[in-house]
Design a protein around this ligand. Structure first.
Ligand SMILES: Nc1ncnc2c1ncn2[C@@H]1O[C@H](COP(=O)(O)OP(=O)(O)OP(=O)(O)O)[C@@H](O)[C@H]1O
Length: 366
């Protein structure tokens, strides 16, 4: 799939932007703070109606206006789609696909997929477990409405259980009701995450070996307080008993201490923890591996590659890794932001465009 065209009205620093893209490499070049990432953000937003860098939609609206508008034309193997999103200052948003109103965000899933790679993604390796859970949840939501639904219900039940634990009228009987719900929805999340980790291993090992010329082997392993995750049939029951056995301490701590919202996955290079012992270079390569594996996983499940958004990452990588990226994206529409064209030039072809971005406006320079 690929982005054909984009229109932005009062989105961040764009008052009225209209631009087209080609199916190959598209470059947005410009100095810092000109609006390059804002364009990627608006494209990313059309995938799950969520920004990659803020949970507050009102930040996306130009400071001088009350609402913002994104319109994205997507070319797909079967039916092309047009996604129109209006974001209102009061917090609401209106979404249309091919001029038909989308009532639930879940109905947007699968229409347009992207994988974004930005410098902040180093957090997936270096950061807290929350960053890795977020990656799993976002990737799985892109692929499955059921996962999106189960995650929303799980989060809601978790919020209610935590409110109960913080209040005066908390007793074990009421907690039992929540623990039944959390174990049912939570078990689904864990099982899907385990399958995703399996795929990450399958695709990631090949990619990582290619990037490192066979010198390093990467592996991913899901980490949970539930023992014996191999026995997936028993996860729901195991999670229920885990929640039950933690009720007393949860009541003292006023928080739910077990469940998929506390899980993690570890990343090992040649059997050594990349987070604690990996060099900067190894950590960056691990993220690159995860992002490229995400592309392959989406392609294996949906039959189409998503659009790849590279936000200022090339300059952070050495020449070999830059070359790996630029030579691996032949079948994938890629939109790259950068402050200079150094190593990109030789990878541009017939189906490439280059725009210069300056204070919220663009000029095509190639
Ligand atoms: N809601 C908003 N309304 C108007 N302008 C905004 C809004 N949000 C951000 N901006 C402006 O957008 C610009 C930043 O854009 P962006 O993050 O896309 O930069 P960039 O070109 O990617 O830069 P860098 O190379 O530093 O990442 C800043 O000038 C900022 O003031």
């Amino acid at each position: 799939m690929y982005v054909k065209g984009l229109q932005l009205i009062n989105f961040r620093n764009y008052n009225n932007l209209l631009m087209e893209f080609k199916q190959g490499v598209n470059v947005l070049v410009g100095d810092n703070a000109q609006g390059k990432t804002n364009i990627l953000e608006s494209i990313y937003y059309c995938s799950l109606a969520k920004s990659h860098r803020t949970n507050r939609d009102r930040e996306l609206i130009n400071w001088d206006y009350k609402n913002a508008y994104i319109s994205l034309s997507v070319g797909r193997e079967r039916l092309d789609k047009k996604i129109d999103i209006k974001i209102f200052k009061e917090g609401k948003k209106g979404i249309n696909v091919n001029s038909i109103k989308v009532n639930k965000i879940a109905d947007l899933i699968g229409i347009f997929n992207v994988v974004m790679f930005s410098p902040e993604d180093l957090d997936i390796v270096k950061g807290s477990p929350a960053a890795r859970r977020r990656l799993l949840d976002i990737e799985l939501c892109k692929l499955s409405k059921k996962y999106y639904y189960n995650l929303s219900v799980y989060k809601k039940a978790l919020g209610e259980r935590n409110s109960l634990l913080k209040g005066m009228r908390c007793d074990e009987g009421i907690l039992e009701v929540y623990d039944t719900q959390l174990s049912s929805f939570g078990a689904y999340l864990i099982k899907e995450r385990l399958k995703y980790i399996e795929k990450l291993n399958e695709y990631g090992k090949i990619i990582h070996s290619n990037i490192t010329s066979g010198n390093e082997e990467i592996s991913f392993n899901y980490v949970s307080q539930i023992k014996n995750l191999q026995n997936t049939e028993n996860i729901e029951e195991a999670l229920f008993y885990l929640l039950k056995s933690h009720r007393k301490s949860d009541m003292e701590k006023r928080n739910t201490s077990v469940g998929p919202h506390r899980d993690d996955f570890d990343i090992k290079i040649n059997d050594i923890d990349a987070r604690e012992y990996g060099s900067q270079g190894q950590q960056r390569t691990s993220v690159l591996t995860i992002k490229f594996a995400s592309l392959d996983i989406i392609k294996s499940i949906t039959g189409e590659y998503p659009v790849l958004l590279l936000d200022d990452v090339l300059s952070e990588l050495d020449i070999r890794r830059q070359k790996y990226i630029l030579s691996s994206i032949k079948d994938i529409q890629t939109i790259i932001t950068c402050t200079g064209m150094h190593n990109i030039q030789e990878y541009l072809g017939e189906d490439s465009l280059v725009y210069e971005v300056k204070s919220g406006s663009i000029e095509r320079i190639r």
